[in-house]
Design a protein around this ligand. Structure first.
Ligand code: ADP
Ligand code: MG
Length: 651
């Protein structure tokens, strides 16, 4: 429940039914204006305000809109459930009366977690782990970045994890399963119908099975004929456990599908994944509390059999990449997204392989015969060029980018590349280009994972019409996560710029080019360069230019410039100025203007990054949080609006 924005409210009861709400209000005295808030069982992320007036109950549903605001039908939008309730405590604005007296939850009455609340964290985690083969810190970061997009996807597939879900079986098989064992009234199962994407409910009553088709309307809602409409199948099932809605009986005991390997154990309420992470709750505790041995067996089967479940499923969906977004050429398992869900940041085969065998990562040197080098040049720089290649391991072949050092004789350049390799070798983060190893053969080669879509500035300037502001915010959020990681590890990048942010695909960015990077000593806050070299002055903070001092705070300044480049679709910063002119421009207090179409909040963050004094400038912890909050607030993470006929009837 930690994720519910209403969790902090003392009058929020969580997932309770209408009649339970009425019971609480009765016990609290039925005064005029007495109210409570509960989770809406019908729409994802919605609530219901239950209010007393004139010894009668009034229930108002609060819908979560596409733009993540909340409103009572016909009322004003509010940014959260708390704000909404506060508003209606001052202004009835169409309700029977203002919200006068909160009906407080008693301490022995904890917020009731909904079925999905219990599953969401687990599923999100499992999904990220299985789809992208991640563990540890990399997984934590991926979860943070993917949560908004995945929540909807997970909610709409949650039924597959339920014990009552029997996937595609014929009606007769459904009957056979219901008749096997005890046959109490209300025993039920859900199965797929022949017609794909539609479901049927088979229900036992008076030792007879009844079959109902679950309707799926144009807007994607599920319902019984003439019944209340729901965003997801599992919500409909939960509702039918409370109300028959035209069925012979309410749903009671699930007919458990013992073949369902996707089932997740129901985690006891109050056990959030955060508790598990922080060691407050071990996984074995969760299982024991779920107190069903067979669940453990299912989990083992689940782990063994479904590691590649999503991969298999995604592959069979015949995904074709959107134009301009080449898929990685890995010869291994493809994790291509199906067309029925949006392209997600980490849908790329490249991502899977480098993490496949942690032992591979420990190797620093790569044998020449493990590399095939293409003639194709991906780019070039001071040191030589970057070529496309294939890295052969016993696990399969992976596409790689190979930085080839041309001037082998120049010891200085060689040392520089060795340093770059050493820095990269210590980094492991989804948003940083991973180094796979060094190869010393006809020349020195730095082998990296491939980011085939190339530099961010180029991509944006050639794909203006295809890239939304939300897309840019998402990418820059990933860059901020990569930078937060660097800051935490005490590395300074010193060359953060849009040209050094490479794209794996349109939704997945990685920081690259550690040619100028430095590892700071444990007690050092900054690196002092003895001489100024070929420096990217337009990306440098004042203290870099004036005192040659480099720190994570100076990387924050560069992050601001990189943001500016991104929101200008690859525009050139301080376009008409020369390096030294930029120094005086900044010193005079001027800053670049807001790129057109760039959200105010993002421009405000850029300006924070361009705080003159590094002591007053935010660090990446702050920058990442700011990016994340904004990204989540604009991400399309809520389902479409509920149509009028589906709204919970108002009294
Ligand atoms: P430089 O220090 O010269 O800027 P970079 O590391 O930025 O070198 O690489 C130069 C160019 O090579 C990049 O702009 C990009 O086009 C290409 N490149 C580098 N690394 C990769 C990679 N991992 N995947 C794909 N292309 C890459
Ligand atoms: Mg570069």
């Amino acid at each position: 429940m930690a994720t519910d924005p209403a969790a902090e409210l003392p009058f929020f009861y969580g997932s309770i039914s209408r009649s339970e709400a009425e019971e609480h209000l009765k016990l609290a005295g039925m005064a005029d204006g007495l109210f409570l808030l509960r989770q809406c069982l019908r729409s994802l992320g919605g609530y219901v305000v239950s209010l007393v007036w004139n010894v009668e109950f009034h229930h108002y549903s609060v819908e979560k809109q596409l733009n993540s605001t909340y409103c009572i039908a016909g009322g004003k939008p509010h940014c959260g459930p708390a704000e909404l309730c506060e508003f209606y405590s001052n202004d009835s604005d169409g309700l029977v009366c203002t919200l006068r007296k909160p009906c407080l939850r008693s301490p022995d009455n904890p917020i009731r977690a909904g079925v999905f609340d219990n599953l969401r964290d687990n599923m999100l985690r499992e999904y990220v782990r299985q789809t992208w083969n991640l563990e540890g810190e990399a997984m934590e970061q991926a979860i943070i970045s993917q949560a908004p997009q995945l929540e909807k996807l997970i909610a709409t597939t949650a039924h597959e994890r339920m014990p009552w879900y029997h996937s595609k079986i014929p009606r007769q098989e459904g009957e056979r399963r219901l008749y096997s064992g005890a046959q109490p009234d209300g025993k039920f199962l859900i199965r797929d119908r022949e017609e794909s994407g539609t479901f049927a409910l088979s229900l036992m009553y008076g030792k007879t099975t009844y079959h109902y088709q679950i309707l799926h309307d144009k807007s994607g809602k599920y319902s019984m004929p003439e019944g209340t409409k729901f965003d997801t199948v599992w919500q409909l099932v939960e509702y039918l456990k409370m109300k028959p809605d035209g069925l012979v009986t309410v749903l009671r005991e699930p007919c458990v599908n013992r073949n369902n390997t996707k089932q997740t154990p129901v985690v006891p309420s109050g056990v959030s994944i955060k508790n598990i992470l922080h060691g407050r709750y071990s996984l074995s505790n969760v299982f024991i509390e779920a107190s069903a041995k067979w669940l453990i067996i299912i989990i083992i089967i689940l782990l063994l059999n479904t590691v590649h479940f999503f991969q298999r499923r995604l592959r069979t969906n015949g995904y074709t990449p959107p134009p301009g977004v080449p898929l990685g050429g890995s010869k291994e398992i493809k994790t291509s997204p199906p067309t029925d869900r949006p392209m997600l940041p980490m849908d790329c085969s490249e991502f899977v392989n480098p993490y496949h065998d942690p032992n591979d990562l420990k190797k620093f040197f790569i044998n020449r015969d493990q590399l095939m080098i293409d003639e194709v040049e991906l780019g070039s720089g001071n040191f030589g060029c970057v070529k496309k290649g294939v890295f052969k391991t016993n696990k399969g072949h992976t596409d790689v980018a190979i930085k080839v050092l041309k001037s082998e004789n120049e010891k200085l350049v060689k040392d520089e590349m060795m340093r770059e390799a050493e820095i990269m070798h210590q980094l492991s983060n989804p948003y940083i280009v991973r180094m796979l190893g060094l190869c010393q053969a006809e020349c020195l080669m730095l082998v990296m994972e491939m980011a085939s879509v190339g530099p961010l500035n180029k991509f944006l300037s050639t794909n203006k019409d295809k890239v939304t502001v939300e897309n840019i915010v998402g990418l820059m959020h990933q860059v901020s996560m990569g930078m937060k990681y660097l800051e935490e590890k005490n590395f300074v990048h010193r060359d953060l710029a849009a040209r050094n942010v490479l794209l794996v695909n349109q939704q997945f960015a990685k920081i690259s080019d550690f040619g100028l990077s430095k590892a700071l000593g444990a007690d050092d806050n900054y690196y002092k360069a003895r001489t100024a070299g070929k420096w990217p002055l337009k990306w440098y903070a004042p203290e870099c230019m004036n005192f040659h001092k480099f720190s994570s705070k100076s990387d924050v300044w560069s992050f601001g410039v990189t943001m500016w480049e991104a929101f200008s679709y690859g525009g050139k910063p301080y376009k008409k100025m020369k390096g030294p002119e930029v120094i005086s421009f900044i010193a005079s207090g001027s800053r670049m203007e807001c790129p057109s179409g760039c959200p105010d909040r993002m421009y405000a963050l850029m300006k924070d990054c361009w705080t003159y004094k590094h002591e007053d400038r935010p660090g990446f912890v702050k920058v990442e949080e700011c990016m994340r909050v904004f990204y989540y607030s604009i991400s399309n993470k809520t389902p479409p609006e509920v149509t009028a006929d589906a709204a919970e009837p108002l009294k």
